[in-house]
Design a binder for this molecule. Structure first.
Ligand code: TRP
Length: 452
């Protein structure tokens, strides 16, 4: 018998643990800033509700039905040699690329943990505190050092097999993180920049919308829900047959949106109060949070706590990401777990080197001028803007058109109080999800121009 989750709460928390990570805490805030605030938030929420959550349900259906992992589940539904297996492979590839820069960003978190212990923000101005990140970004060796430590942590957990301990820990720590965010949000509310931040976040200036922001909103929505990578399929395969899939997906999806909003509500008031630059890109969270902490009593305790939770949130996601790669190597090539874990971690280390050195320009100097983004950004864009949407597109086509609809209907309705919305859901999966993704692709690739 395949092992199953101990409880429904356990499953929801595990799915949340994989979802809440650097996507929510680090990427979401700066992408919102880069794309002008309100309109982007609107698109992100819209995509999560209409594409993300339906796909989440779909992946759970595939997983619970087949009781297999990513590549295996497509194979068992479509046939051993079916081309649909490629969809599983896309997921493995995306997970690998994501991890290579994920480690570096999480490593920055470790570095800030260290800095907090040293109380680096004492007797410095907010501008000086914020500029610390620039230093770090340009110090490739330091980035690589911390990134490698984080990679080793991830490796250590995955090497030992699945995560009884981690599961328990992530429950406690995710709740702590949430409480801390709420507390900080209440504090941010008292800052003088709060209303300015609200205006920035909730006023819709359509004219400021860059259309590429739409593709980013789509990619980010898939990224934060950990979709199109086989993780949710795998998690679904550990679900008992009578669990309510639509309900679980709704809870996770809405929780992710709420926590994302909470994060920006903590960060942007600080940005406006201390006059930090708005579109600061990748460093945003590392620049604003220490400034916020420095202005609070008990700065050291708070910032140590925050960055500990930050690293932990990243770890609960990175473990799942590495597990995607490792599990498939084990399944498909018969490698032992230790071998698969060592092999993929070593490969990851090498790919993470150019990511770590991206800011310093020590490696691939011509990358940025040539592609317009550095190596790091190229990987992120490749995955978030192309691989994930493509994987999501194929998954929705598979669910909507390839699988027998009686099978899909049965799985959707089994044990669910949302059985009545099946019609709406399958319509979304069949038509809206694929068309929306296609439209975004067409727009992005400039095959056809929608501009007047
Ligand atoms: N959702 C995670 C985050 O927001 C990152 C992520 C993307 C992920 N794909 C995943 C985590 C697959 C686990 C598995 O940070």
């Amino acid at each position: 018998m395949r092992e199953h989750w101990g409880s429904k709460v356990g499953f929801v928390l595990a799915a949340l643990g994989s979802a809440i990570g650097l996507g929510t805490l680090w990427k979401f805030p700066y992408v919102v800033g880069d794309n002008g605030g309100g309109v982007f938030l609107l698109f992100y929420t819209f995509f999560t509700l209409t594409l993300g959550i339906p796909l989440f349900i779909g992946e759970l259906i595939i997983g619970r039905r087949t009781q297999r992992g990513a590549v295996g589940s497509f194979a068992s539904l479509a046939g051993q040699s079916s081309p649909w297996r490629v969809v599983g492979w896309f997921g493995v590839l995306s997970a690998f690329f994501i991890l290579s820069y994920y480690c570096i960003v999480a490593g920055w978190g470790l570095n800030y943990l260290m800095l907090s212990l040293n109380q680096f923000y004492e007797i410095r101005s907010s501008a000086q505190i914020a500029s610390t990140f620039g230093r770090l970004y340009e110090a490739g060796d330091v980035s690589l050092f911390w990134g490698t430590i984080f990679l080793l942590l991830t490796f250590g957990v995955v090497y030992q097999g699945i995560r009884k301990g981690i599961e328990q820990w992530s429950r406690i720590l995710m709740v702590l993180l949430l409480l801390l965010l709420v507390a900080l949000c209440i504090y941010s509310f008292t800052l003088s920049g709060f209303s300015e931040a609200l205006q920035f976040l909730f006023r819709f200036k359509w004219r400021e919308l860059q259309y590429s922001g739409i593709l980013q909103a789509l990619g980010l929505s898939l990224f934060t829900l950990s979709l199109a990578q086989g993780v949710i399929i795998t998690y679904g395969s550990y679900l008992p047959p009578n669990s309510d899939l639509p309900k679980a997906a709704l809870i996770v999806g809405i929780a992710v949106v709420l926590i994302s909003f909470l994060t920006v509500l903590v960060i942007y008031p600080v940005v406006f109060t201390f006059h930090l630059p708005i579109n600061e890109g990748a460093g945003l969270i590392f620049e604003t949070m220490p400034v916020l902490f420095a202005s609070l009593p008990g700065a050291m305790v708070l910032s140590v706590l925050f960055f500990t939770l930050f690293v932990f949130a990243a770890l609960t996601s990175s473990i799942a990401l590495l597990e995607v790669v490792v599990a498939n190597l084990i399944d498909l090539y018969g490698l032992s777990r230790p071998k698969a874990a060592i092999f993929s971690s070593v490969a990851l280390f090498f790919v993470s080197i150019p990511c770590a050195l991206a800011g310093s320009g020590a490696l691939f100097k011509e990358w940025l001028p040539m592609y317009g983004v550095n190596f790091f950004g190229t990987l992120d864009a490749l995955v978030s803007n192309w691989l994930l949407p493509l994987g999501a597109l194929l998954t929705s086509l598979f669910l909507g058109w390839r699988l027998p609809s009686c099978l899909v209907r049965e799985e959707f309705k089994r044990g669910s109080i949302f059985g009545k919305i099946y019609g709406g859901w399958i319509f979304l999966i069949r038509w809206i999800v694929p068309m929306a993704i296609l439209l975004v692709f067409i727009y992005e690739s400039k095959i056809y121009s929608f501009d007047k």
